[in-house]
Design a protein around this ligand. Sequence first.
Ligand code: UDP
Ligand code: MG
Length: 328
Amino acid sequence: MLLDKDNVELSVIIPIYNEELNIDYLFERLVSVLNCLNIKYEIVCVNDGSKDNTLKYLIEHHHRNSAIKIVNLSRNFGKEIALTAGIDYSIGAAVVPIDADLQDPPELIEELIAKWREGYDVVCATRRSRRGESWIKRFTANTFYRMIAQLSHIPIPRNTGDFRLLDRRVVNALKQMPERNRFMKGLFAWVGFKQTLVLYDRPQRYKGITKWNYWRLWNFAIDGITSFSFIPLKIWSYLGLAISLLSFLYASFLVIRTFLLGIDIPGYASLMVAVLFLGGVQLLSLGMIGEYLGRVYEEVKGRPLYFVQECYGFMPESVTQKSIAYHP
Ligand code: UDP
Ligand code: MG
């Protein structure tokens, strides 16, 4: 059954990195949900440089069900880029990114589609609860969402991952955003359109472990904030101004006191405090500027976002790069 390019209604996009334990169960649940929906669908699996048997299993599933298509990236590019690749290759009138570990329940797709049919362009699946996540993960996630809400003028929905439905109009808008630092939640919000949400309880990962340790999450948070807010850069001008004013007052006080009382030696402590504090503030602000400068550098290099090694199940005209090995 070869899918006709023009009337695929739903594209489900799955970024996959080392998920060999989840794949069989994932397709079992996903395909049974999609079959019940009675629409023409495709499942675009983006293999993000998995080091286990993920690709082998994916190819087996592709041979069994030609609606399962594979984009095999040339190495691990990270989830945000894998998702971008999936969006680029998808052709459906609606697109739903979903995690491979079954934390995004496929059964919810029916609700997302119902809302889409009501006329919404973006239907977010928002977490009512985060079961099986440690309090520290919940706390840091909450702090992050609160902070980015304060810092950025684009309202980024809280407790909402990449699991959502996007209309083709939104996908076309997203495809025009060439930036390398792809904080997808932010980009999804930035494009606008008519948005709504459905609530769900987020279950635990089915098998395997998360690929996001705290260091990776921290960097992800910095990416998010620097891509969607200039406030961290502006803080330093105000802080600098405040410190300069205070220093000026203190300097005037010292000059007057010297005139009135003469010179005395003590003052080592206050001197050290001032020098160390100012040194710290300067390094911090330089680091902050560095964060943005590094991102500017990334953008300016203008490299392609990803390379595809081979793909399975796509028609030749939808393959954008010429060097890709193409399997029907
Ligand atoms: N993932 C990916 N590339 C990566 C890391 C993760 O494509 O470098 C995929 C992973 O296979 C899964 C999804 O992104 O389908 C979410 O990853 P994970 O469950 O580890 O993240 P968490 O749910 O803990 O945020
Ligand atoms: Mg997960």
